[in-house]
Design a protein around this ligand. Structure first.
Ligand code: HAM
Length: 423
């Protein structure tokens, strides 16, 4: 057996994991400031959760879901968060308050795609979803929340692209107009777009194939075919983005690869990313609840790819604040010292002061000091037989190499005071 993680899935450890955790913590702080509370859903969902919502002829449902064997039900690994979120909201009746609810999640998603830079089979999304608020201000808030998240890391190298994909009233008419436009070009479209033509002609607008792009360039625009309500929504959104000082591009090709959107659709793209240029994407999905047999209520949200955020930070060589190091390294020499420092190190850790102790009993001082260096601790507490006889301990400042001798009975108190910055 080749000992290798599954293709498109990665182990995380060491410095890379430490960076992830720092970024995760910061993103959660931004969510907290905007009043979003966390929600977590299981990794597995019934397949219909996604087939009913994401759409039968989307890439995700057609070919990217990982299914899991089960006797009675078809289960899949969550390929995206929104449908699973909506399933949970409806199951627990969280929408019934009638009041706006702000939620976020940070979860692994699974899609059987061809792996490449920025595209994985297991990836991680920070998602935000705002329910029971149909206003364009809610859409603007989510875009502002994304901008605030990237600005927390000084990331400004992106473009905000917004569009409206209309609603059930105006989209069918637009689809007909679009099909009439593409009909004479049908043979020149890529095989996938030829398939899209009947059921999802709007997705041709998003195709990356050169031939399709060239034909789509002159296609009629959804924005010119919006109904009055959608048009007003879109105009107000743009005013609010201006109010918020957010620069955006109106991009009529942002149609999104999932079926559930209505009205606002948006993406942030960055040319620091290469081919997979979408940093994040989302939009309004007011009708989704009806696909689960529930009355309609408004919802809007986005998914932000964590791996893509990390790629951008890497490309910028963004310096994140250094990881906090343990304050103390406990270095015992001999059984008696071991006993005394074991108790002491636990006591200090219980008080929330980060510390590490060496448990190896047959190593000399040189080896112990090397360990302390590896951990990057500020101080090393050395206790040997001689010190114990004299009721003393040595504290070594690892920064300047100076040593001091302290009374053993007062050692704990001194360590605590020092960690608290008292001296
Ligand atoms: P999505 O556009 O499929 O939307 O994904 C959102 C983001 O997840 C992308 O912009 C990208 O950053 C990241 N992403 C997607 N696929 C991959 C992949 N294979 N590898 C790495 N990163 C990836 C959704 O998933 C919607 N649920 C967003 C949403 C929430 N809409 C409303 N609420």
């Amino acid at each position: 057996m080749e000992l290798k993680a599954v293709r498109g899935m990665h182990d995380l450890f060491g410095d890379e994991l430490a960076r992830w955790r720092q970024v995760e913590t910061r993103v959660r702080e931004v969510f907290a400031a905007f009043g979003y509370e966390e929600i977590r859903t299981p990794v597995l969902e019934k397949q219909e959760v996604f087939t009913h919502t994401v759409g039968d002829d989307t890439d995700i449902v057609e070919k990217q879901m990982y299914s899991v064997m089960n006797d009675s039900e078809k289960l899949v690994l969550r390929p995206e968060g929104t449908a699973a979120f909506m399933r949970a909201i409806i199951e627990h009746g969280l929408h019934r308050t009638g009041h706006p609810g702000r939620y976020y999640y940070y979860q692994a998603m699974f899609r059987h795609e061809r792996p490449q830079k920025g595209r994985l089979r297991q990836f991680h999304q920070f998602g935000a979803e705002l329910i029971n608020d149909g206003s364009p201000e809610a859409d603007a808030e989510l875009i502002a929340l994304l901008a605030a998240t990237y600005s927390a890391f000084d990331v400004t190298e992106y473009e905000i692209r917004v569009n409206s994909v209309g609603c059930n009233d105006c989209r069918p008419g637009y689809r007909d107009v679009l099909k009439a436009y593409f009909q004479p070009h049908l043979e020149k479209l890529c095989p996938q777009c030829q398939k899209r033509f009947e059921r999802a002609p709007m997705r041709i607008l998003d195709c990356k194939a050169e031939a399709c792009k060239a034909i789509a360039a002159d296609a009629p625009r959804m924005l010119a075919h919006l109904c009055e309500v959608c048009d007003k929504h879109h105009r107000t959104l743009k005013v609010r983005l201006d109010d918020a000082g957010l620069k955006y591009i109106e991009d009529t090709n942002i149609v999104r690869g999932l079926d559930y959107y209505s009205r606002t659709a948006f993406e942030f793209t960055s040319n620091l990313l290469g081919a997979q240029s979408a940093l994040c994407g989302g939009g309004r999905y007011d009708g989704m609840s009806t696909r689960f047999g529930e009355k309609p209520f408004p919802a809007v949200g986005y998914g932000l790819g964590m791996e893509r955020l990390m790629l951008v930070l890497e490309a910028k060589q963004a310096a994140l604040p250094p990881l906090p190091k343990p304050q103390y390294f406990f270095a015992p020499l001999g059984e008696e010292a071991y006993q005394s420092l074991f108790r002491l190190s636990l006591s200090v850790k219980r008080k929330g002061i980060a510390a590490v102790m060496a448990y190896e009993k047959d190593k000399g001082l040189k080896w112990l000091m090397k360990q302390a260096d590896r951990h990057g601790t500020r101080f090393t507490v050395i206790l040997g037989e001689n010190e114990i006889k004299q009721n003393q301990a040595t504290i070594k400042n690892m920064g300047d190499g100076t040593q001091e001798t302290v009374e053993l009975a007062r050692l704990e108190e001194i360590l605590i005071r020092r960690a608290q910055g008292a001296n």
